[in-house]
Design a protein around this ligand. Structure first.
Ligand SMILES: [Zn+2]
Length: 248
């Protein structure tokens, strides 16, 4: 008896148009087993995981869109989706100095549908990880290679969640590739420090998504360098402070 997630994964790959021979090879199962699941008498009765809003027919809205918007921001920053294993694995790398943030990421993974998120310590950071068959449904922009040399485009439904829950989306982005720090300047011999935010990412597509989200909240920003977006105006920093703030 095979665990149910393998059957789900096979059905999912089949629905995505992956050739039959590729499916049983990738899952390490016999042709007969996979054939029975996809074409057998009982195939029509097999239910797909109800936790996945995208596999529901018709696709439904996310159960917790706020958590998803946050996780999407984190994923675009420091996330990675591995789909070559039997069950896809989502990893978000967090700085070990911010336990609050590690908690927020693992909570979001579970709120989006993963059963449990785990932690793996690495040098100076913690990888928050969760296996789930349906991560590729939730993050269709996964693909081989690093994000900044691939085209990153949100699906219509993803852009909608990111727009409606833009403050959560921005929080996710700034919690991953952003930072808030005190900019120190000396004017006429006096020292001043004022907080500012930067967001650093090599992907121009991800940078455009961040700029779009800031525009939606009318938060002023500019590009300080080709890979660095800066929010430095006092009122703009104050607005970001309302829902991003220092990493914790
Ligand atoms: Zn799904």
């Amino acid at each position: 008896m095979h665990p149910p997630y393998l059957r789900e994964r096979a059905i999912q790959l089949h629905a995505a148009g992956v050739p039959f021979s590729e499916i049983h090879r990738r899952l390490g199962l016999s042709r007969n087993t996979v054939g029975g699941w996809l074409y057998g008498k009982r195939a029509a009765r097999i239910k797909i995981d109800k936790r996945c809003p995208r596999c529901d027919r018709p696709p439904r809205a996310m159960d917790d869109p706020r958590a998803y918007a946050y996780l999407l921001g984190q994923y675009l920053g420091d996330g990675h989706l591995l789909t070559t294993q039997r069950v896809p694995l989502l990893t978000v790398t967090c700085d070990m100095r911010y336990p609050g943030l590690i908690h927020e990421v693992s909570y979001a993974m579970e709120a989006c549908g993963a059963r449990t998120a785990g932690f793996q310590e690495r040098t100076g950071c913690v990888a928050v990880r969760a296996h789930w068959t349906h991560w590729p449904c939730l993050f269709p922009q996964h693909g081989p290679g690093v994000k900044h040399i691939r085209k990153i485009e949100l699906a219509g439904w993803q852009q909608e969640v990111a727009d409606v829950h833009v403050v959560r989306f921005l929080r996710g982005l700034f919690h991953s590739d952003g930072s808030r720090f005190a900019n120190r300047v000396v004017v006429n011999g006096r020292r001043y420090a004022y907080p500012r935010y930067t967001f650093v990412n090599k992907s121009t597509d991800i940078m455009a998504l961040c700029g779009r989200a800031l525009d939606l909240r009318a938060i002023a920003w500019r590009m300080a360098r080709p890979d660095t977006l800066s929010v430095a105006r006092r009122e703009a920093v104050a607005r970001l402070d309302q829902f991003v703030g220092p990493k914790w």
